[in-house]
Design a protein around this ligand. Structure first.
Ligand SMILES: [Zn+2]
Length: 376
């Protein structure tokens, strides 16, 4: 893929737990005061949502230093230093999480730099990807894997290719994950490592990097352990070396994005929106009944609407995907059930189980079905 700056963007993994900012307790008093002063510098902070949405992204004048996000980046640097690396991937704010090909750095979505923007993000997308410390660290470790791969051109090595596959392989339009495969680590969201060799490496690296991850015991007996052992050897080999690729470019930096927040969310909602193809009628007819003799049975649409919050929660837990997207899938499924006048054919309990499995699979298919670019 050379050194072009094509970006690899990631599949969205949102667990949207509301989180207290754990790093806040670690901050020293002067830093807190500094953060307070810095926050006062943003004139848009107190604007009502409608006015804030008219601001252009480049005019937000956001920075990472001195924020909770900044201390998470510091934490990543400490984790790398603890493993002996002097290499520190540079970070900048952009519209999404990604690490560009040919640039060993990490783009972080701008809304993570300020709590007011995180609230706007949550309101529009029903979740904030990387909004709490645990999730943010997972994504940072994953991205750090891509940056080390880039910096040391690891994917050009023969053993890398033998272990993970070809880096040059195109990202698939869709992929069929094997949920119980033991050839891959489980890290960012279920089965993400299976999407592409570059992601497999990044996920394996993230598991390796995490302090106290105990991967040797956790993955004992799994074929995935071989990948972890290879990463362990590979890192020992390169840790003292100077990276080959040293570009410090900020690709697609927020500073040059002239769209407004409103335009940003219009685009993003469109990107994550979904349209059910007719093939799902077959799935729905397997789950529910359209037979005349069942016409008096409870309506499938009403059943799903009642259980919508529970379904959304469970599917999000299984797939790690944006609640917004799951909600979109659900909305379309409910509308289609109504059009076809489908009825419950089995017990509520049984139907719920089957509905959860179907919705999980549909969400995965939508996500990897070309609605947005794969890869972190
Ligand atoms: Zn990735």
């Amino acid at each position: 893929m050379g050194d072009s700056a094509t970006t690899r963007k990631k599949s969205q993994a949102d667990k949207s737990r509301t989180s207290r900012d754990r790093s806040a307790s670690k901050r020293t008093a002067p830093k807190r005061a500094e953060a307070g002063r810095r926050r006062a510098h943003y004139p848009w902070e107190g604007l009502p949502d409608e006015e804030l949405l008219d601001m252009r992204l480049c005019d937000l004048a956001l920075t990472i230093d001195g924020t909770a996000l900044g201390s998470r980046v510091e934490r990543l640097y400490e984790e790398l230093a603890r493993r002996g690396f002097r290499f520190r991937p540079h970070v900048w704010l952009a519209e999404d999480w990604f690490s560009p090909d040919g640039v060993p750095g990490i783009a972080i979505p701008f809304f993570l730099a300020h709590p007011r923007l995180m609230r706007i993000e949550r309101k529009h997308m029903l979740g904030v990807e990387g909004g709490n410390e645990d999730e943010c660290m997972r994504i940072l470790r994953h991205e750090a894997g891509h940056t080390i791969d880039t910096a040391y051109r690891l994917h050009r090595r023969r053993r890398w290719r033998e272990t993970f596959g070809s880096f040059a392989e195109p990202y698939p339009e869709t992929y069929q994950p094997k949920p119980f495969s033991k050839s891959y680590v489980l890290h960012l969201d279920l089965w993400y490592a299976q999407s592409h060799p570059a992601e497999d490496f990044a996920e394996t690296f993230a598991v390796w990097l995490k302090p106290r991850s105990r991967w040797r015991t956790g993955y004992a007996g799994w074929p995935a352990l071989k990948k972890l052992e290879y990463v362990d050897e590979l890192m020992a080999d390169i840790v003292d070396r100077t990276p080959t690729v040293r570009s410090r470019r900020h690709v697609e930096s927020i500073r040059s994005v002239r769209k407004t927040l409103r335009e940003y969310y219009e685009e993003k909602c469109e990107r994550y929106g979904t349209h059910l193809p007719d093939v799902y009628d077959r799935e729905l007819l397997r789950l529910f009944s359209d037979k005349p003799e069942d016409a008096k049975r409870p309506s499938a649409a009403a059943f799903l609407r009642r259980l919508r919050p529970e379904v959304r929660r469970t599917v999000a837990r299984w797939t790690g995907q944006y609640r917004y997207m799951i909600d979109q899938v659900l909305e379309e499924v409910i509308a289609r059930c109504k059009e076809l006048d489908l009825r419950l054919a089995a017990s509520e309990e049984e139907t719920l189980q089957d509905a959860l499995v179907m919705l999980t699979v549909q969400t995965m298919n939508f996500l990897h079905g070309g609605h947005h670019r794969l890869a972190l």
